[in-house]
Design a protein around this ligand. Sequence first.
Ligand code: GLP
Length: 245
Amino acid sequence: MDIRIFDTNEQLDQHAAKLFVDLVNEKPDAVLGLATGSTPIGIYREIIQACNEGKVSFKQVTTYNLDEYVGLAPDNDQSYAYYMSENLFSKVDIPTDHTNLPDGMAADPGKECVRYNALLEASPADIQLLGLGHNGHIGFNEPHEELINGTHVVTLKEETRQANARFFESLDEVPTRAYTMGVGSILKAKSILLVVRGADKAAIVKEALTGPITTQVPASLLQTHPRVIVLLDREAGRMLNSNES
Ligand code: GLP
């Protein structure tokens, strides 16, 4: 694993954005796996700026997002479809029909998983962006005795609903279920970019990157992938070279 620690969020965001910009310039029809949450916002801001300055074009790029809440429509401002539109898609030159997320309003969630998974199987990502949940989840793959390879619906852990409640008016409004890309699909990406910020994630960063590979810490499975780049701020990386646990 290639682990890089940054002094400022700005440096981290610029570094991550450059990885995307360089990839798309090298391969204009690249397939990008994208993530939501607070972590990628600054990276998307830098990508938008590069696009607006004419340093890159997303016209031929295709994107697949990691996850979406079950029951939220794209015009619901808490849906990941809305987040992606607000934070990236509507601000770069990517055609809307090149952007893909699970459909939160699909009438038949089982069929929606099959549909989304077939898309992922047909075009694995050149790079998959990931954030990290406090319990080690990636996408919405929660800790479990076994992890599922393909796209599936998960019942969110209470701690995950609580962590994500900050984006909603109240905890009650946080959906209880979500679609997520499976860990198998995530690991099929040619390269993976894991980005983590904040002291509250220092312990899980250490566990995921240096602890045992276990389905109880889904991000620990990234240790099995040959090309993972990890970008951390100082706080998130502070336990990596210490005996603290
Ligand atoms: C959510 C998302 C994940 C994300 C995680 C961390 O649960 N489903 O994809 O990585 O939260 O979010 P944040 O970046 O806001 O800390």
